[in-house]
Write a protein that binds this ligand. Structure first.
Ligand code: HEM
Length: 398
């Protein structure tokens, strides 16, 4: 243990990454929050911040909690993340982020609104024609799969691999175990692809991938950095949004009164999106390293220690949220949720995600009276991403 006041730091003995804990995490998070603001997780030998206040403060203080040593829970992945925007600090981070985020800013997104809305219309047309269907495949994954690869300029032949590569990249960001080690070859393919497209410039000329190569040609970043910046897009752009969309459909199917609220008042949709992301927290955690000794809520964590920032637990913290496990589209002040992170590393793609989710929900509220579950939903087993892997539903037309 890279030290803290060990004798006073509460210890969590459970395994947060067992299959059982991944599938049913919320009581474990509560237990950890009740242990204290800083908890030593014995299994993974890492400090954890399970409460909202400390997670938000750490995200807001990028000097005391750095990302440059990687944000994963194992050395292999932290090494693989080197050079990405996600895993950089200071001036280097600012520079890279300006390149990565440029094509995702509100101005760029305005130009996409119409085509995303058209796509939402087509997806809902198809869904209304089906008797019962899997909402994850037909809607939650299909929306980002149709939007993101075109925006970024990836080739057709790579598209069937994107979801499984991203899923593997998230899963292997947790502690390595025989379960997720089996996915390392898929991560290897992802890295190989990012390297090859950068070297061979195999990206559509107007896509965001091409902008990265352009930035290197103009000397704004080193050419060797291009694969890492491609990974900034390849990793987090699909199954995060798919997770949030899947959760939205599950929540509205199982809480019909919340569906009626947004049907009656469409202006609640942006708030509902924040509430979905708070409730679901698609990215359950990432880590930071404290470069020097730091006191957190009375516990001194010494320099070099890695900390687990528990976004999903912070978003359910009863100290920060009234009725935290309830889903409430009218929840006040929900935009302070940390499901998209916060501070300088806050999600660069959240505008795009909100656009995709907003378009689909807007289309559905106008045309669907009820969303009904037709079978048992299943949650995927992944160390970092929480997402339904299947969600059988039927849409009842208005
Ligand atoms: C519901 C959907 C999404 C969720 C929940 C989500 C979540 C997050 C979180 C929690 C972070 C912060 C990481 C940290 O602080 O260490 C982050 C960063 C990031 N996200 Fe997202 N994300 C989503 C969608 C997207 C999309 C669609 C894209 C790209 C098109 C994207 C690209 C990025 C990038 C590039 C970063 C790194 C930003 C930086 O380090 O400055 N994300 N995301």
């Amino acid at each position: 243990m890279k030290g803290a006041l060990r004798e006073t730091t509460p210890v969590y003995d459970g395994d947060l990454f067992s299959e059982e804990a991944i599938l049913d995490p919320y009581e474990r998070y509560r237990e950890m929050r009740n242990l204290g603001p800083v908890v030593w997780v014995a299994r993974q030998e890492i400090f954890a911040l399970p409460r909202y206040e400390q997670v938000r403060a750490a995200l807001g203080d990028a000097k005391s909690f750095v990302s440059g040593c990687g944000v994963a829970l194992n050395d292999f992945t932290n090494q693989a993340q080197q050079g990405t925007t996600l895993a950089s600090d200071g001036e280097e981070h600012r520079n890279q982020r300006s390149i990565v985020a440029h094509g995702l800013n509100p101005h760029a997104l305005r130009g996409m609104r119409e085509s995303v809305e058209k796509l939402a219309r087509e997806l809902v047309d198809g869904a209304l024609e089906s008797e019962a269907f899997d909402a994850i495949e037909a809607l939650a994954q299909e929306m980002p799969l149709q939007v993101v690869p075109d925006l970024l300029g990836w080739e057709e032949e790579v598209r069937p691999h994107l979801l499984s590569w991203a899923e593997a990249a998230f899963d292997t960001s947790g502690p390595l175990s025989p379960r997720n080690e089996a996915k390392l070859p898929a991560v290897g393919e992802l890295i190989e692809y990012a390297t090859t497209v950068s070297r061979e410039r195999r990206v559509a000329p107007k896509g965001l991938g091409a902008k990265i190569i352009e930035a290197a040609d103009e000397g704004r970043i080193e050419h060797e950095r291009c694969p890492a910046l491609m990974l900034d897009f390849l990793g987090p752009s699909l199954d995060t949004t798919a997770s949030a969309l899947g959760a939205a459909l599950y929540l509205f199917a199982t809480r019909p009164e919340q569906w009626q609220k947004i049907r009656e008042n469409h202006s609640l949709i942006p708030n509902a999106i924040n509430e979905v992301v708070r409730w679901q927290s698609p990215v359950r955690f990432f880590t930071r390293v404290a470069p020097s000794d730091i006191e957190i809520a009375g516990t001194t964590v010494s320099g070099g220690a890695r900390l687990l920032l528990m976004f999903a637990s912070a978003n359910r913290d009863e100290r920060a949220w009234d009725r935290p496990d309830d889903f409430d589209v009218e929840r006040e002040n929900v935009s302070r949720q940390v499901g998209f992170g916060y501070g300088v590393h806050a999600c660069a793609g959240q505008g795009l995600s909100r656009l995709e989710m907003g378009a689909l929900l807007n289309e559905l509220v106008g045309r669907v009276e009820r969303i009904e579950l037709t079978g048992e939903p299943a949650v995927g087993v992944n160390s970092i991403i929480r997402a339904f892997e299947s969600l059988p539903i039927r849409l009842v037309a208005a």
